[in-house]
Design a protein around this ligand. Structure first.
Ligand code: PMV
Length: 320
């Protein structure tokens, strides 16, 4: 009645923004992401008869704020009549700061819970359970280049290319370590209800998905760079056009984009993407990594740099 799993966050190149069903947390659009190798969340789930309610500990501290969301996810995997569970999470990167910590957390949580309680869910069911907790978490079940597609009342994830088939690198420029002001779930609903660009965003997504799928299949960096930057800026335009506006960027976010533009003008193979937070993720060819890292580290307002290759999907790991 105990199991542990590890999952890595993923970075969307073609973004998920908007829900078609808020109760079931179903995305309004498909998306394509890359799963990272070097950032990870470990989740241990253990039955504990002494508990009256579930317990959730993150990096050695009880975390009451996230407990309801964790318990809801446990209910969805193991049913409401399940035993009380003690969930222990260790995360080696900043949480809730636009680095997809919820993706790795909930991917690891569904895998560990399924194993701990012997629920016997299929991989397809686990993707929907992870997605129910955090839309992007379904993608962290798989490694490398991952597409999430809408299938009727379900989502389905599949691998477009394994990490080692096109081993790009990601340099993350941290501009503010703190948690984000508005959760992505709330922000998506504000966009859906108020942004005049929202419907056009949804309509155009298949075009960007096709272009990115093709770029990945042909390992065409320039083409992937172009569509990924376009899709990212379009998603943020939807947010900026919302009322109230949703602006996750700060001046260092813009400075990092400028740094990346300068590198591109020197012929360096790099592009940026930005999620629901102020951090900038620079995706580059392996031989450009040192240059990109140096340039971003020297950009005003950057407080930290993290590096990662592309990695595998979520897996069970031995218990500590
Ligand atoms: O999975 P959520 O609810 O945290 O939403 C993720 C939204 C973005 O990171 C901005 C885009 C994406 O596809 O990951």
């Amino acid at each position: 009645m105990r199991a542990a799993a590890r999952a890595q966050p993923n970075i969307a190149l073609i973004k998920y923004w908007g829900k078609r069903d808020t109760d079931r947390n179903l995305p309004a659009v498909g998306s394509i992401s890359i799963t990272l190798a070097d950032l990870h969340t470990d989740m241990q789930v253990a039955e504990d008869e002494t508990l009256d309610v579930d317990a959730f500990e993150l990096n050695g501290q009880q975390n009451a704020a996230m407990l309801p969301r964790v318990s809801r996810c446990l209910d969805s995997v193991a049913g409401r009549t399940r035993p009380r569970l003690r969930v222990t999470s260790l995360c080696n990167f900043p949480v809730a700061a636009g680095l997809a910590s919820s993706a790795s957390a909930f991917a690891a949580l569904v895998i560990a819970t399924n194993a701990a309680l012997g629920c016997g869910h299929s991989d397809a069911a686990l993707a929907n359970l992870a997605g129910g907790a955090s839309g992007s978490a379904a993608r962290s079940l798989l490694g490398g280049y991952v597409e999430l597609a809408n299938r009727d009342a379900m989502v389905a994830v599949n691998t477009l290319l394994a990490a080692e088939e096109w081993p790009l690198q990601v340099v993350v420029a941290i501009t503010t370590p703190g948690p984000k002001p508005v959760s992505s779930g709330d922000a998506m609903e504000i966009s859906r209800k108020t942004s005049p660009f929202y419907n056009r965003w949804i309509e155009q997504q298949p075009v960007d998905l096709n272009e990115a799928r093709d770029a990945i299949a042909n390992r065409n960096f320039i083409k992937l760079a172009s569509v990924a930057e376009h899709n990212c800026l379009k998603m943020h335009s939807v947010m900026w056009g919302s009322r109230p506006p949703i602006v996750y960027w700060n001046s260092a976010t813009l400075a990092c984009m400028q740094t990346i533009r300068e590198l591109q003008s020197q012929g360096v193979a790099v592009f940026f993407t930005i999620d629901a937070g102020p951090q900038v993720k620079a995706v580059c060819m392996p031989d450009a990594t040192a240059k990109v890292q140096q340039a971003l580290a020297a950009t005003p307002g950057v407080t930290d740099i993290m590096l990662s290759g592309l990695g595998p999907g979520a897996t069970l790991v031995p218990l500590e």
